[in-house]
Design a protein around this ligand. Structure first.
Ligand SMILES: *Cc1c(COP(=O)(O)O)cnc(C)c1O
Ligand SMILES: [Zn+2]
Length: 424
């Protein structure tokens, strides 16, 4: 076995990593990676790869990005917080932030691709509302891993790369919303030669995002008392919980889990509603009666995941319970105000999702959830879309096919075949 094993959170079975996302005994629980190294080691690699001992791969990719942490002055002063740190994932070279796809999905995609590349030559198939696909588009070229992304049609314009168009990346549009994109990925990944990426179930995703907390504790010196993030699938929040558990086991970064303060954008807020009612299950008819309408009405559409891993073992409900956490439902108005405020105070344009997290911190301070002297980590999970346009010309990526009710799997196969012969 390598320097880590996967463990099923239901039955405790330990297994070698063969790119699986499920327990072979059929349990619905998430798998988690258990690293042999119990101490946080900082290796001599650039960016997030310095945390290689806690990533599910043996060698780094040729990339240098990582989440950047700094101590806030502007926001901190206005909020009356003494110890507010910001984790920024995006493009902001003045601060040293160089995630060229402009969101923390690049941390996920990096680790997923490194894990995949070492174990398979298959074509990875992934569903995305935009940011994930954009990250994969950027990185597929650097890793020579072929990636097919299915993105809802309204969000296709989010897929671009700085510079040349990638040849290892195929974009498919899906009529409908995120739900339809996910269904298409399930169908397509039954084709020979493909691998379903797995979303939240992929340990690569969670451990990749986990590096943002590792970067942060190097700046902060210890685990924060509070962690704020906007959630759609909850991957980021689970990642931070798991990385926190590793840091607790290390022993040098404090003795308590950070409280998770997770926010969703109303009216698309299934986890917020379930949590408010004290339920460990999302009841769609109560919590998200009309996802299509809700998606149209919300500001931060990147958060529109209709079926997040909330109740599953190792999922968001458990993470909230373990950490004494809380959920927030944020209105478009609050999020927009937060967006403008950060632009003025910190001087960067945020992803709408990140402004939802900012609004939740404002609310938490108003409601006395955080004390003046407590250490807070605010995740600005995406941004710099305007800033990157000043430095690079962006190439939009066109979809090779739009999938609708009448599209057959044969058609998808044909498009795939043509592309494979070009890319290999
Ligand atoms: C995906 C995304 C989120 C939400 O993260 P999840 O892990 O899906 O909960 C927040 N902010 C940005 C910028 C994102 O791209
Ligand atoms: Zn199991």
């Amino acid at each position: 076995m390598g320097s880590y094993t996967l463990v099923c959170l239901e039955c405790g079975l330990k297994m070698e990593d063969r790119l699986q996302n499920w327990c072979p005994l059929g349990h619905d629980a998430l798998l988690r990676s258990e690293y042999r190294e119990r101490k946080l080691k900082v290796k001599n690699f650039p960016g997030m790869w310095k945390f290689l001992e806690w990533l599910p791969c043996t060698s780094p990719l040729p990339t240098e990005g990582e989440a950047l942490t700094y101590k806030s002055e502007g926001l901190a002063r206005e909020l009356g917080l003494k110890d507010l740190y910001i984790s920024f994932s995006g493009y902001w070279p003045e601060r040293g932030a160089k995630l060229m796809s402009c969101s923390f999905k690049e941390l996920e995609a990096s680790s997923v691709l490194a894990r995949t590349k070492e174990r398979s030559r298959g074509i990875m198939v992934v569903a995305s509302a935009g940011n994930t696909a954009r990250a994969f588009a950027l990185l597929s070229e650097k890793t020579s891993v072929q990636v097919m992304a299915v993105v809802p049609r309204p969000y296709l314009s989010r897929i671009w790369v700085p510079g040349e168009k990638p040849s290892h990346f195929l974009l498919l549009g899906a009529e409908g919303g995120y739900r339809e994109a996910i269904q298409w990925v399930e169908r397509i990944s039954r084709l020979e030669g493909t691998i379903a990426e797995g979303g939240a179930r992929n340990v690569g995703r969670r451990d990749g995002i986990g590096t943002l907390l590792l970067s942060a504790v190097l700046e902060m010196g210890r685990l924060p008392d509070h962690y704020f993030q906007a959630v759609g699938s909850g991957v980021g929040a689970l990642a931070v919980l798991e990385a926190s558990l590793r840091l607790l086991a290390d022993g040098g970064f404090g003795k308590r889990l950070p409280r998770l303060h997770l926010s969703q954008n109303l009216p698309f807020a299934p986890m917020f509603h379930a949590w408010k009612e004290g339920r460990n299950r999302i009841l769609p008819e109560l919590d998200l009666p009309s996802p299509e309408e809700a998606e149209k009405e919300m500001y931060a559409t990147i958060l529109s995941n209709p079926s997040p891993p909330y109740s599953v073992k190792g999922g968001v409900y458990e993470a909230l319970r373990m950490s004494g956490g809380r959920m927030y439902g944020i209105s478009n108005k609050e999020a927009l105000e937060a967006w403008k405020w950060v632009r003025e105070e910190e001087g960067i344009d945020l992803d709408p999702a990140a402004s939802v997290a900012v609004a939740s911190l404002v609310r938490a301070v108003e409601e006395g959830e955080v004390k003046e002297e407590e250490m807070v980590l605010l995740n600005l999970s995406g941004g710099g879309y305007e800033r990157i346009r000043e430095d690079f010309s962006l190439s939009p990526i066109e979809p090779s096919l739009i999938l609708n009710k009448d599209t057959s799997l044969e058609e998808v196969k044909e498009v795939m075949k043509g592309w494979c012969s070009l890319a290999r």
